[in-house]
Every structure is written in C-alpha cells, then in structure tokens.
Design a protein around this ligand. Sequence first.
Ligand code: ZN
Ligand code: ZN
Length: 270
Amino acid sequence: MTNIIPVDCHIHSTLSPDGNDSPETMARRAFELGIKHFTLTDHIENEKLSSWGYAEAMEKSLEVYRRLKAEYEGRMNVYFGAELGQALYDLPQAEAILERYDYDFVLGSQHRTKSYARVDRLPDDDTVKYAYLDEYFEELLALAEWGRFCSLSHLTFPLRFISGDVGGGELDITRYCSVIDKILDTIIKKDIALEVNSSGIRKGLHVPMPGMEYVKRYRDRGGRMITVGSDAHRAEDVGADIPQCLEGLREIGFSEICVFSKKQPIFIKI
Ligand SMILES: [Zn+2]
Ligand SMILES: [Zn+2]
C-alpha cells in the first residue's frame, strides 16, 4: 500500500459548528501531508440555518477559499466546497444557497430523518433502528432524485451510530439492498459521484462509509465517479485512512477517482 494521499474532498473547519481548527490550519496540514487537491466542505445544515451562524460562515468560507487558493497557487489545488445536509427539508432555501455560491463541489448529505432528529440518540431498540434506516434510505433516495450536488456523501452514515463500536447493533442491512441499488442507479444516471468517506474507519465502524461491498455494487452497476474524503473536523484527521480507501478502490477495479472544479469532475489516477 502506498501512503500517498492525492486528495481530501471532505474537510470541516471552525466554519462548521463542530469543527475544531481554522480553515488555514486544515489547509496547512493538508499541504504538509503532500495532498494535491484540497476541498473545504463546511456544513450547511439546511433545516437549521438560523440555529448557528451558517450565513456568516458561508460568506467567510468564500473569502477563505479565495485566500487559500491564492496562497497555495501552483503547490496545492484548493476548491470551494460545502456539505449540504437535508437539502429537501427546505428546497427553496437549498436552491437559493446554490444560486448564491458558485461552489466547485457540493456533497449531498442526510444526517437525520424526518421522524428522528438525532441518529446518535436513538434508543437501544432494533425496531427503532430499523425504522430509522427505513426512513433514512427513503429520504436519501429522494435526495438523489433531486440531485443538485456533486457527490453523495457517506451512504451508510447511520451505521456509525447504530452498529460498530458506537451503536453495537447487529442489523440485517441486506434488507436495504434494493433501495440502495435504486440510489446507486439514480446517482449513476445523474452523473453524481459516490463518496468513500474514510471516517468510518477511525470512528468505530472499521470500514469506510460506505463499505467496499457497496462501492463494488456501484461499480458493477456502471458507476465510475468516486470522491474520497476524511471528513476531518480537526487537523490531525486530515487525510486519515485515505490510502486504505484507495487500496480498497484499486482492489475492486478503480484506477481513478474524481475531484470537482466548477462542479465538473477531474479524474485523478490512483
Ligand atoms: Zn456528513
Ligand atoms: Zn462532513
């Protein structure tokens, strides 16, 4: 396994409510690691914009992007990104944000469901966990059908909280095969990439989100656009476990991944 980290397309800074280090610190860390393509993707939690200073953070994110792009010119490619959560909960607002900011890269995410605001606070009850997953995948499919984003983020996100070291549940995920296939077919048809999010590895799932069996399903169905990100919320996690994700991708036949500039994919050899 080579330890080269060519990209990190999922990074949070203090311009996210849960970020720990400044965008400048995150970029410096990426540069020190030899990363060639760096996309800051601070949170926009669409249904609760007024709960935190998102509006101000989005403005700052644009300023910071311009500054970092100039600072690293010729040394590291810097892209203007965002992680847009729950776009469908207020579609006019989500679309207005996308009109206002000319992002290079938008991650489409679903961090909750209509009935359950906190996936990290579900009761330890399999019935509830399955109810959450039923709703989650249905909402994720609707998000994919809307499709105004570049890469579908962490497809198996709830598993981090309901199985693995954190959630402990032993759930039968095979019951979601058909809806997952529909989601994959939808993003393939719409030229939306699939994200391989390495944070599952360090956050108790021990595999990326999604695991490679799902990435293989995406490939088998014709999908060829993969983005890779650490979902770092602090500098020490920038690039974390990305070499392992790339190794997994090569094993299932990928020789390229994507970064996005002006919402267009650029293919990078791995
Ligand atoms: Zn996320
Ligand atoms: Zn994230």
